[in-house]
Design a protein around this ligand. Structure first.
Ligand SMILES: Cc1cc2nc3c(=O)[nH]c(=O)nc-3n(C[C@H](O)[C@H](O)[C@H](O)COP(=O)(O)OP(=O)(O)OC[C@H]3O[C@@H](n4cnc5c(N)ncnc54)[C@H](O)[C@@H]3O)c2cc1C
Length: 637
């Protein structure tokens, strides 16, 4: 299959504008004749649904939570990037573009990244107009702070609750359209299959999570803004409900899945504390603005941090990367934390933690300022870890956090199934092999507010879309498939809970396909996953019925998909014989232990085609070319 990215050519600064001009429009009277399904109400789906409705399309919007504003995006803490250069510290659209291509270790499309950097400035204006309460300086200007992988301050924030405030903005815009009758909202409704007719996406099959009713919804196009699949690893910073089901079912209908092994481990999370823990908590990257990361210089030094003199501390990020210091990108910070812990210098009872210390910043700025900047994060840490971070350094360790992989999309955000668009974390995104902090919110909102509302018109104006109704064979087939899976899960009547199977899968993934990977380890995981999957289907115990609220049944369906997706993640990781960004293959590293790319063989997006459960998927590649930022060994020294 030839993957046509539809990226424009010519000067990069004018590509998006020229592309928009060439796209067909739908006139206002004709917009009323089209219905678009949007699955997801996070920053990507919520902004898209509101914007499409504002344009005049009829929108049907779905989420599995009880309210659109409970989407996982609400958890985002640290901030959102934009190249406004309010600080006059040398930022520009070009620098944000450059930092993002380099930060992603040269595994993203230049055209997409440049567009993202351009649109970043509009996002801030849009959100300010909605009333999002970004932090401000005394003068009244919006404040900025720094995030990893950048030497400028371009991150806009609302304390440690940026996602929440941005989501409330999108949610208000969505609610306005619901009230106007332009959006039909379906909360507590889970998409369990895609309906494809004549090769085009024409609808979805859903299950009402309160009544169990299985229903079909038809439309002219389907948009998935269903978030990331980090929970395939069981323990992650994601909301417990985040899952891959929507994109996985679309993959099974022919949408290619790109770079599934590009997963992000975040360096600053509260360490795992016990076997039965079900969730990990992020401590925002913003804390690295003022916190200093260190471990004892000597192995096995178990003294309290206050007892370890300055000369016996190793501020290893500042030592190894003097230009970026504690603000190196996430992949670099995570790998270094692992290295010092592997070296026997980790802290805390398990030895799997490093210190994040605010002593110097508190002395310099005063506790009041630290509290103003990070108060809610400090409170959250104290509640979970039982220690006061104003007095003792935080203990942090890397954890699964975000996925750069997802469904392959072209420049218009359309997948390989015509009429199926994928936005936000669910697509394979503009972040390459490593996302820079504060860039996910930027991408989700760019996709939803600005890109999709321009590109989807072209499809609707160009395609002849026959009328379809619920009696179509494809609709009935999709509905009975969903009912069959639900029945199979309830009928298994095994001995182990859904969570116990999921935990076992997660442990395997973390150990063999986590922060570092080897060919041997991946082969081991690939031998084990089908075994675990089989055991899941024969031994899972789902109590209750399919006719009312049954969260165990909901989780079972999602975990069943993780068992299949996990295999694809490992296949992709094994196929990519190089290290890049978050994909660190131990066999491919520089003498200093940094990721070593192989641009000659792997400068491509790997897009996988489904060939049946348990069968090898087919690999298609989209070559990546770099005209502006020339691939080099990333250096943050
Ligand atoms: C703790 C934490 C902090 C973060 N902080 C930041 C930050 O400071 N800055 C930053 O840039 N990024 C941050 N990120 C990343 C960022 O929050 C996410 O990438 C982003 O919010 C994803 O948005 P989304 O709209 O794509 O998906 P989500 O917000 O995950 O929304 C998914 C939506 O899809 C719906 N859905 C999913 N599947 C189905 C289905 N089958 N049927 C029906 N509905 C479905 C859900 O109900 C939900 O409405 C953070 C991530 C975490 C975990």
């Amino acid at each position: 299959m030839e993957l046509d990215s539809k990226c424009p050519t010519g000067p990069i600064e004018t590509r998006w504008d020229r592309h928009c001009f060439q796209l067909k429009l739908v006139n206002p009277a004709n917009k009323r004749k089209h219905t678009i399904i949007v699955v997801g109400t996070g920053l990507a789906g919520g902004s898209a649904a509101a914007s499409l409705a504002e344009l005049g399309y009829n929108v049907k919007c779905f989420c599995f939570q009880d309210s659109p504003r409970r989407a996982h995006s609400i958890a985002a803490q640290g901030g959102i990037n934009a190249a406004k250069n309010y600080r006059n510290d040398g930022d520009s659209v070009y620098r944000l573009f450059y930092d993002t291509v380099k930060g992603g270790d040269f595994r993203s499309r230049e055209s997409n990244v440049y567009r993202l950097a351009q649109i970043s400035v509009n996002i801030i204006d849009q959100c300010v107009a909605q009333g999002v309460p970004f932090a401000r300086e005394y003068s009244g200007y919006l404040d900025n702070r720094s995030f990893g992988g950048a030497q400028v301050s371009r991150t806009f924030y609302a304390r440690g609750q940026t996602g929440q405030q941005l989501l409330l903005g999108a949610y208000q815009a969505l609610e306005r359209q619901i009230a106007a009758g332009q959006v039909e909202m379906h909360p507590r409704t889970e998409m369990l299959d895609l309906i494809a007719i004549d090769g085009k996406a024409r609808g979805i099959v859903t299950r009402d999570l309160l009544t169990g009713k299985i229903e079909s919804h038809l439309a002219d196009a389907v948009v998935l803004g269903t978030g990331g699949y980090g929970n395939a690893y069981y323990l992650s910073t994601n909301a417990k409900g985040s899952n891959a089901t929507a994109i996985w079912r679309a993959y099974k209908h022919g949408a290619l899945f790109a770079n599934p092994c590009f997963t992000q481990i975040h360096p600053t999370c509260i360490p795992v504390s016990g076997e039965y823990q079900s969730k990990l908590t992020l401590m925002s990257e913003s804390l690295r603005n003022d916190g200093r990361v260190w471990v004892p210089a000597k192995k096995g030094d178990k003294r309290a941090p206050s007892q370890i003199p300055e000369a016996e501390r190793d501020y290893y990020l500042e030592r190894k990367y003097p230009s970026f210091g504690n603000l190196v990108p996430r992949d670099v910070a995570s790998r270094n934390a692992k290295q010092v812990c592997d070296d026997g210098r980790g802290v805390g009872e398990s030895g799997l933690a490093v210190f994040l210390d605010f002593r110097d910043a508190t002395e310099r700025l005063g506790q009041h300022t630290i509290k103003e900047r990070y108060g809610n994060l400090f409170d959250m840490y104290e509640r979970i870890a039982g220690e006061d971070p104003y007095q003792v350094p935080m203990r942090i360790f890397p954890a699964m956090h975000y996925v750069m992989g997802g469904l392959w999309v072209d420049y218009n955000l359309m997948s390989t199934i015509p009429g199926l668009y994928v936005i936000g974390e669910a697509n394979f995104s503009d972040h390459g092999a490593n996302r820079l902090g504060a860039s996910a919110l930027m991408q989700g909102l760019a996709d939803g507010y600005f890109v999709l509302p321009n590109t989807i018109n072209d499809y609707l104006a160009s395609e002849k879309l026959e009328k379809v109704d619920a009696s179509h064979a494809a609709v009935r087939e999709a509905e009975s498939g969903v009912a069959a899976v639900t029945k199979r899960l309830l009928d298994a009547k095994g001995t182990r809970s859904v969570d116990s199977h999921h935990r076992e899968l997660g442990k395997l993934m973390w150990e063999y396909c986590g922060m570092s990977r080897t060919a041997g380890g991946l082969k081991h995981a690939l031998a084990k996953i089908p075994e675990l999957r089989e055991r899941f289907w024969s031994d899972v115990r789902v109590l209750g019925s399919g006719e009312d609220l049954n969260q165990s049944l909901e989780r079972a369906g999602r975990v069943a998909d993780f068992f299949e997706l996990a295999e694809l993640i490992c296949i992709d990781a094994l196929e990519r014989n190089e290290s890049c960004g978050g994909h660190f293959r131990e066999e491919y590293q520089t003498p200093e232990g940094e990721a070593q790319r192989d641009d000659r063989r792997y400068a491509y997006a790997a897009a996988w085609e489904f060939r049946g459960v348990g069968n090898a998927p087919a690999l298609h590649t989209e070559p990546l070319t770099f005209e502006y930022v020339h691939p080099a060994q990333r250096s943050y020294k």
